[in-house]
Design a protein. Structure first.
Length: 149
């Protein structure tokens, strides 16, 4: 990795005749700092990505403008994601959105925290599955056709 700005700053403050060992030591220190930042960022994105995904999906489905969630709620979602996929969480949100009670209450109880509870996700995923099975119970009739042709 080339540190153009660092090399420019070294030249500016220490002059072009700076000892090469000092330059290499400063660049090595900067590389170590960059690696620690990269390690730190690689440890965090899952939770931040989940947080962003949850907020954006919730806003998209319910037409809200939520911008953040607490760390306590994010911890609850980590437990939810250990049992359910993101697709199932989205399915649960969509199923709750179609519920007559929630429609009549203008989604007052459908909060980001509401969907962080495993029992609620389980309930709405099962309700959505039951509705899907009830709507798609079409059985193709058997035709009297010879199959040995």
């Amino acid at each position: 990795m080339e540190f153009k700005n660092l090399n420019t700053a070294i030249d500016k403050h220490l002059g072009p005749f700076c000892n090469e060992l000092i330059r290499e030591e400063l660049i090595a220190a900067a590389m170590i700092d960059m690696e620690s930042i990269t390690d730190f960022e690689s440890a965090l994105p899952r939770s931040f990505a989940d947080r962003d995904w949850i907020i954006s999906k919730y806003n998209e489905i319910f037409g809200k403008k939520s911008r953040t969630m607490s760390d306590a709620v994010l911890k609850k979602y980590k437990k939810v994601f250990s049992s359910f996929t993101k697709a199932e969480v989205e399915l649960a949100m969509n199923a709750a959105k179609k519920d007559e009670f929630h429609i009549s209450k203008k989604f007052h109880f459908c909060t980001i925290e509401y969907f962080s509870r495993i029992d609620q996700i389980d309930k709405w995923v099962n309700i959505a599955a039951d509705k899907f099975n009830a709507e798609n119970n079409f059985v193709l009739p058997k035709f009297n056709v010879r199959e040995d042709i």
